[in-house]
Design a protein around this ligand. Sequence first.
Ligand code: GLA
Length: 396
Amino acid sequence: MSQLDFLLSEFQRINGTPPEKIARAPGRVNLIGEHTDYNEGFVMPIAIDRDVFIAARARSDNRVCVTALDVAGGQTDIFDLAEIEHHPDYRWANYIRGVAYFLQAHGVALQGIDAVVTSSLPSGAGLSSSAALEVCTATILEAFASEKLDGVEIAQLCQQAENEFVGVKTGIMDQYASCLGEKDAAIKIDCRALTYETVKLSRGVTVIVADTNKKRHLAGSDYNTRRMECENAAMLIGQLLGKRVRALRDVSLKEFQRVAKQLPDNLMRRARHVITENERVEQAAKAAKQNDAVKFGALMNDSQKSLRDDYEASSPELDIMVSIARQQAGCLGSRLTGAGWGGATVNLVRDANVNAFVETVAREYEAQTNIKPWVSPVHASAGASLIRLPTGEMTR
Ligand code: GLA
């Protein structure tokens, strides 16, 4: 049974009617530009062909009744739109509550709904399952409201929900990619201007995700600590250079080199990662324009080194996965994707070698770690949308 058929039949079973609307929002894989978004720099993700889906129908009252099919055999949360508080136990529910809260705070008048959620995205793998849940929630709630927001506004509200309701100070990349991703292309986002350019990927190569299946929890302190270290580094570098540095984005490599020796070692290395990573994104965009997948892959490898040594965001399992990947024929580049400290790698592999790569990497990784990974090609797909009901009716 397809994921959508499953969703429809579960919706019918739980609510006794078919849904009125269905929304989908994709996860993302970041090709290059890691830990640069909250430093107001550049990132280059693709939205992938794995989604969170929400089916819903309107209610006549102000309540949201939502069942998550994939959590513990099905969990239900009910809350009133007029008084949204934290759910004390269900982490997933707080993404939904947070988005509803901030949509309303932004002046969008919401209507109560009965909703059912499912997902084809592995969660905790660094593929942005949380952002996809947030963006899917915003998309379905907005579909029942009369105000319409644009993709950047939805991304910002979802980020705010994650930062202020769930409590993880993530950047804008994941929500932005889930809202505005493009089919068959990466997007190079300027995380200060909140604009993007489409980057066509080189011909003849496939993006493959390899999830280490070592879960990571973003709410863990590492991410927030790095963010603080970057802010401190920016402040210090600004003082040393005698210029206004709002974020590490404002520091060129030359300027950094002038003051690097005067920085505490950890801040020097965090800043060096961010500043060189921004340059790598620019170079990767150029390489893609020239259809130079070899150069693109080499930049991904450099990014991994910098993330591992300077940003200390890798993990033993990620290092193993990267090292196995790089031994395979046709692998042009391999690096951790997303926050790191667990989760997945992203690999650029020649089309002819994809099947062998998937099989061998999965087998070798399991042999070395005793953990079964998830290794799969992914394809760049469009950002969140409503989808056609099986009756052929468009839901918007
Ligand atoms: C997580 C965050 C993003 C970004 C990446 C690291 O995925 O949600 O905002 O900071 O980590 O690049």
